[in-house]
Design a protein around this ligand. Structure first.
Ligand code: 5GP
Ligand code: ZN
Length: 139
């Protein structure tokens, strides 16, 4: 996709600090890091979000995540990470080419867990939500 920043990184039209690559994925350092080694893992093909990523990429996706974590662990000396996708604008997605944030975590780094991203306390009980999900017909 011509106007997509991350497609342009894949096509080497925009420079990035690439730290890993496999057949279908690329990993580079985030330009505005929230931690040392904050990396973005993207598919080389343009998929807007995680829901668009075909299932056949699964094994390669898991492998490159693990390879990058190992590389960062060796260099940065931590095996603690926050992994996350901002899926959609309401979740904070700003670049609409799927990217997994891989954020190394350190002692006293001032950050929180995934639980600190949102606390939108449900009005319905867990049981009610559960029943809705279970009873919904497949679409
Ligand atoms: P989002 O909010 O979409 O999950 O995050 C997009 C991320 O992409 C941000 O963390 C931002 O710093 C990073 N980013 C945006 N443009 C560029 C770029 O041109 N190069 C690199 N390396 N990172 C970028
Ligand atoms: Zn793209």
């Amino acid at each position: 996709m011509r106007e997509c920043i991350f497609c342009q990184i894949v096509e080497k039209k925009i420079k990035a600090k690439i730290i890993g690559e496999s057949e279908n994925f690329l990993v580079f350092l985030d330009i505005h890091p929230h931690a040392p080694g904050h990396s973005l893992l993207i598919p080389k093909k343009h998929f807007a979000n995680f829901q668009e990523l075909p299932e056949e990429y699964g094994q390669e996706f898991v492998k490159i995540i693990k390879d990058i974590m190992l590389k960062l662990k060796r260099v940065l000396g931590t095996d603690n990470f926050t992994l996350g996708v901002n899926e959609g604008p309401l979740a904070g997605q700003a670049v609409f080419h799927l990217h997994l944030h891989i954020i190394p975590r350190f002692k006293n780094d001032g950050g929180g867990s995934i639980h600190s991203v949102v606390y939108n306390q449900p009005k319905e009980s867990v049981e009610e939500i559960y029943q809705k999900i279970i009873n919904a017909s497949e679409s």
